[in-house]
Structures are given as structure tokens and as C-alpha cells.
Design a protein around this ligand. Structure first.
Ligand code: AFD
Ligand code: MN
Ligand code: MN
Length: 424
């Protein structure tokens, strides 16, 4: 379901005068606005195939209606999102939740919606109905070689699915670990996991990467075998140049300085990219920017500075993806808010007076450093994000348009009240 182009045009016409006034004021104040708009235009954030339905907790799940029932319908949702914001032009598949049964047809559909395929994700944290061996005590770390082999084979099968669609990376997130002291020999678990990852690494096509995602806790609560960025980096370094560390914002212990982690991973050339979300307590998977937008801005400050230092292409050289769970919001509305928050933080980081900041740092002028950062953070750059969208044919206010056109109702009418998308 795509919108008639004229509906977007009408929506924009009604808002253009006010938008142009705000834009002109920013253009007047900052000579770099044109450059920032162009960088936002190039920036795309991938949507995970498991974030298009309502998320649940272990206490329950409250379906919102009109959820996509198949991979095709998930792509339809991402296509619609991308039509509205022009910044969600990629989808990241989770196997086996979203197996592309007919890759040629799926590729064709993606083309119609203007979508590409981001990293594919393997799943060895759940047992599937016809699976021979259980992952209850881990997958790539398992003490039984046969379980490890099953998990390795799954990852290799996921790579094959990705190849058929044109993905260029696999993200491996493991729930492996232990729940109780003494349950696991840490060194043994590390070594077995490394060996398993090495086999997966061997199966990577030449132009592919493997992203190792870490997480401090849950579902294992005493130890996680890829528990933090240090462990992930250790695996990635031992594996080789095609292995990178993936940062999911919700996967840290409270108060971790994520921006510092990002800076160092970038310095080492080992940052894969991001799973964006926000949290108050743990892996809450809330809308990115909803709890701590300042932290998001500080992360983007390190990203921009670090990518520039390495002459990297902001839009293409790292993987940008949302990984959120929408328990109480409409998933599409939540995703619109997420992409917007990411682009705002990126734009603000681009606005920082880097030369002045370097000078202030060299002079130990702590007060000036804060002033410079916050001058950018406190500038409302939403008109630049809207302008980038507008220039690419998107809506000035995607969320407004989604609501005024009652698009969720249309989806409910088409798909039904009680549909449930695959995912957690
Ligand atoms: C996990 C991780 C990982 C995984 C996802 C599954 O963030 O990205 O693929 O949830 O839903 O917490
Ligand atoms: Mn994640
Ligand atoms: Mn997570």
C-alpha cells in the first residue's frame, strides 16, 4: 500500500509557507545548512523485520491490529514508511522469522518500494518447532559439538538467504551465557564460541562482514558469552578484518559511557554500526531519543568526529539500524519517531563547531567545550530534517500525514484486527 503522490503534495503545500520561514531563519544563522541538508538526504536507517508488529514482554502482548502477516506485508509497511520519510530505505531480516521463500519475488517487491536489504540476523536464541537439538544451554558456546554444529549451519544458511537478496552482512546476537555461578567455564565457553564463529567467518562471501552484537544481560543473568564491547572486540579481532563489533544502545550496564565506547571502536576500525533504541533501566527497547536524546547527540558527536578522522562515508560505511520493540505505540508511528530522532541527533552533531571545540579542548577550557556542544544540541534543526525529506519527495510531517490519512485503519481493514507479526 503506497500513497498517491498527490496526497503527499497536498500535505506539503499546506505546510510549505511555515516550513520555509523556519528554514530561512536557520539558513540565515548558519552557513552550513545546505551541507547538512545534503548529508541528511543521504542518510538511511534500516528497519528490522521484527519491529513492524507489536512487541511483547514476558508478561503479555497487546496486539494493535493491522499487523503485517508475512514478509511481503512487512515490506509493504517499510515501503510506506520510506515513502513518507524517504530515510527508511532498507530492511533487515531475521531468520527464521522472515524466510524469503521466493527470493526473486522478494527482490522484485523491494525494488518496487525502493528498498535494499540490510544485514541479515540469525536466531539461535530460540528453539524452532522442527529443530533437532535445543539451545537451552547455549548455541555457539554449547558443550555438545552437535549443538554447535547445528547453530553454525543455521548461521551459514542465513548468509545464503542474505546472498540471494543482496545483503552484505550477518549480525550474530547470541543469548549464550549462564544463569548461575559455576554453570559455565568462562574460558571454555569463549573458546568454543570463537571456534564456532570462525567456521561462520569462513563461510562469508568475499564482500561480506560479520557483526558481533554484545549484550550485558538477559536472557542469561549471571554471564553472557558476548557480554560487552571488550569481549565482542576480542572475538572480532581474533576473527579477522571482516568481523566488527555491533553496538545496541540498550545492551549496556546502567550509566555506561556509550559515546566513549563508540569513539574507541571507531578508532580501531572495528565499529560495525548501531542498533538504535532507548532505555531507562535495561534492554527496554524504547523509542530512540525518547529518554535520553542528549546521549544520542553525544554518540553522534563521536561518530561524526571519528568517521571524519578516518575519512569515512557517514551514510554508507557503518550499519544504521533501529532495534526497538513497540509495546504500547503503533509500530509505524514509533519507527517514524525513531528515524526522526536519529536524523535530528545526526544533524546537530554536524552543526558542532569542531575547530572551536578542538581549540577549547587543547586549552583545557572546559566551560567553552560544554558551551560549544550545547549550542548545537539546543538548536532546533527539525526544519533541516524536514527539508531533506521534502527534497526527496517525502512528507514534511510524516506522522501527521499517517494520522490524517488514517493509514492504520486502512491496514486494519486490509489485514484484520487480530493479526500477529512474527518476532518476539
Ligand atoms: C536482541 C538483540 C538482537 C536480536 C533481537 C531479537 O538486540 O538484535 O536480534 O533482540 O529480537 O535483544
Ligand atoms: Mn539489537
Ligand atoms: Mn536488545
Amino acid at each position: 500500500m503506497l500513497l498517491e503522490g498527490s496526497i503527499i503534495e497536498k500535505h506539503n503545500e499546506q505546510r510549505l509557507r511555515r516550513h520555509n520561514l523556519k528554514l530561512a531563519s536557520l539558513q540565515d544563522e548558519f552557513p552550513e545548512t545546505e551541507q547538512i541538508i545534503r548529508q541528511i538526504e543521504a542518510f538511511q536507517v534500516a528497519i528490522p523485520s521484527w519491529a513492524l508488529g507489536t512487541g511483547g514482554t514476558r508478561f503479555g502482548r497487546f496486539s494493535g491490529g493491522g499487523e503485517p502477516r508475512s514478509l511481503e506485508e512487512k515490506m509493504e509497511d517499510v515501503g510506506l514508511l520510506h515513502q513518507l520519510n524517504r530515510a527508511s530505505g532498507a530492511i533487515s531480516l531475521h531468520i527464521p522469522w522472515d524466510v524469503p521463500q521466493d527470493p526473486a519475488a522478494i527482490r522484485k517487491l523491494a525494488k518496487e518500494y525502493g528498498l535494499t536489504f540490510d544485514a541479515v540476523n540469525s536466531n539461535t536464541f530460540q528453539d524452532q518447532p522442527h529443530q533437532a537439538l535445543s539451545y537451552k544451554f547455549g548455541s555457539l558456546q554449547h558443550v555438545d559439538k552437535a549443538v554447535r554444529k547445528q547453530a553454525i549451519d543455521h548461521n551459514i544458511a542465513v548468509i545464503k538467504h542474505g546472498v540471494e537478496l543482496g545483503s552484505k552482512a550477518i549480525t550474530v546476537w547470541l543469548s549464550d551465557g549462564s544463569c548461575f555461578p559455576g554453570q559455565l567455564n568462562f574460558r571454555g565457553a569463549f573458546e568454543r564460541t570463537l571456534e564456532s564463529l570462525q567456521e561462520i567467518y569462513q563461510a562469508l562471501p568475499a564482500d561480506w562482514k560479520v557483526f558481533i552484537e554484545y549484550k550485558a544481560f538477559e536472557p542469561n543473568f549471571y554471564s553472557m558469552t558476548v557480554g560487552d564491547w571488550g569481549q565482542s572486540l576480542l572475538y572480532a579481532s581474533k576473527l579477522g578484518p571482516k568481523a566488527y563489533t555491533l553496538v545496541d544502545l540498550g545492551h549496556h550496564l546502567p550509566n555506561a559511557n556509550i559515546e566513549q565506547i563508540v569513539a574507541l571502536l571507531l578508532m580501531e576500525g572495528k565499529l560495525a554500526g548501531f542498533h538504535f533504541n532507548d532505555s531507562k533501566y535495561g534492554d527496554d527497547d524504547l523509542t530512540v531519543g525518547s529518554i535520553n536524546p542528549y546521549q544520542l547527540f553525544l554518540i553522534f558527536n563521536e561518530l561524526v568526529e571519528g568517521m571524519n578522522a578516518r575519512n569515512m562515508n557517514h551514510a554508507k560505511d557503518l550499519g544504521w539500524m533501529i532495534d526497538a520493540s513497540h509495546n504500547v505505540k503503533d509500530p509505524l508511528e514509533d519507527l517514524m519517531q525513531s528515524v526522526e530522532a536519529i536524523l535530528i541527533a545526526y544533524a546537530q552533531a554536524l552543526l558542532i563547531d569542531t575547530a572551536a571545540l578542538k581549540q577549547a579542548q587543547a586549552a583545557n577550557d572546559v566551560v567553552r567545550c560544554q558551551e560549544l556542544l550545547q549550542a548545537a544540541y539546543r538548536t532546533d534543526l527539525r526544519p533541516l530534517v524536514a527539508e531533506a525529506r521534502f527534497r526527496k519527495g517525502g512528507a514534511l510531517e510524516p506522522l501527521e500525514l499517517f494520522r490524517s490519512e488514517a493509514l492504520r485503519n486502512t491496514l486494519i481493514k486490509k489485514r484484520g484486527e487480530k493479526t500477529v507479526a512474527t518476532g518476539l
